[in-house]
Design a protein around this ligand. Sequence first.
Ligand SMILES: Nc1nc2c(ncn2[C@@H]2O[C@H](COP(=O)(O)OP(=O)(O)OP(=O)(O)O)[C@@H](O)[C@H]2O)c(=O)[nH]1
Ligand SMILES: [Mg+2]
Length: 507
Amino acid sequence: MDIEEDIKALQLDSEENVEETKPNDVEKSDEKDEAPKDVENSNSSEVIVEQKSSPEVKEKEPAPEVVEEVQQNKKRHLNVVFIGHVDAGKSTTGGQILFLSGQVDDRTIQKYEKEAKDKSRESWYMAYIMDTNEEERLKGKTVEVGRAHFETETTRFTILDAPGHKSYVPNMISGASQADIGVLVISARKGEFETGYEKGGQTREHVQLAKTLGVSKLLVVVNKMDDPTVNWSKERYDEIESKMLPFLKSSGYNIKKDVQFLPISGLVGSNMKTRVDKSVCPWWNGQCLFEALDAIEVPLRDPNGPFRMPIIDKFKDMGTVVMGKVESGSIREGDNMLIMPNKAQVKVVAIFCDEDKVSRAGPGENLRVRVSGIEEEDILGGFVLSSLAKPIPAVSEFEAQLQILELLDNAIFTAGYKAVLHIHAVVEECEIVELKQQIDPKTRKPMKKKPLFVKNNAIVVCRVQVNNMICVEQFKDFPQLGRFTLRTEGKTVAVGKVTALPTVGDN
Ligand SMILES: Nc1nc2c(ncn2[C@@H]2O[C@H](COP(=O)(O)OP(=O)(O)OP(=O)(O)O)[C@@H](O)[C@H]2O)c(=O)[nH]1
Ligand SMILES: [Mg+2]
């Protein structure tokens, strides 16, 4: 079957890629504050950008013909995460996309211009489209992942606007774990590319995390080309591209197949919906952002596979509603399913895709699913809505291949090492209980001696234990549910993949 072959190809690709991954400088984090959890939401008017703090599904049900229409909308659906260093222009570019695709009117823009001016942040008005809460607007920094929708000729897109600030990396991880492709935004402004990339910025960490979290393709947009220090300079663009390429390669991306560069100005909106004018940028003959997004191809998930939807959030709304992205399989109203790991049997009462009520949905969709048979309090983020016939394994231990990046204070990595495990929507304390094998990064063969400890940049097979049962899959079966990161004190210390699950009985 084609789909199976595609999935196999993806696994081989990705497996090689993880093994090829070379050590990279991951910056030292001096700010370890976590993101504030409850941020007041003061935003009012726009409809296409989802509110950050109070998810709600529409209570009014659409007429039957509307449901029909939604289901017949055969455009493919892709989730795009915007990543990159703080202030690179992710929210501005996301906002501009919505403006150019006709989803934000001039009056709203004028309102944001005024609000931005009042806050002495004149140039931030485009970012206000995505940055919907007061704290974000005041500080000019995204905190929570923004979510919005737009369409091109061939595709319905969900934009996930991740925060760039290092304090909010956990939020970025949650955004990237829901994405199929990434738009890596790089500022070309003098000094900004350098701080983002060379001097310990977030560019590198974001790329490595995105790869690990299953973002299979990257559009690298070299932004702020309009800035006076850049002025659409080909030299500057080429410099950034030539510095980024070796790094992207070493992070596991196939730079011929998986990566595409293009210059834009998110603020002015150049080379986004239409190609940049030759009078502005005579040397660019390539695509604009919308064309590139339209043309990007990603392997399809299997609509006939066992159903898997990691739960990223839940709330009460005429029952219990769970939110997440379908990683495999399909769901229909009336289906009986399991919520794992606590094996609670639930019935699917209603399905909402984006803002619409639908009667069924397939893989890749971001859904809100109303279920009966479970209380909202009994569900945690990281639980998985799962097929009844083939439930996702729930384990408290698994075997994994890890690529160590940079340990805090160059510590050594041994049995007993504790970290925070991030795998799909799960965030859980974990302990390394045994180092089984070290892999030679050059030959990719296991080394003979069983290691007692390893250091920065090592590749090692080990056993990982968690206190609570979690749902994971082997990477070879479901790459999206079998890749993870380990973080210590707010810093990513390792990336890895699940290579084996206990054979008997935990699930
Ligand atoms: N000149 C110019 N400035 C830009 C462009 N894109 C963004 N900016 C400016 O860069 C600053 C940061 O923009 P944001 O969109 O908030 O950046 P971000 O990447 O979302 O930042 P975080 O969410 O904090 O990570 C704002 O002052 C923007 O006006 C651009 O294309 N040209
Ligand atoms: Mg932002």
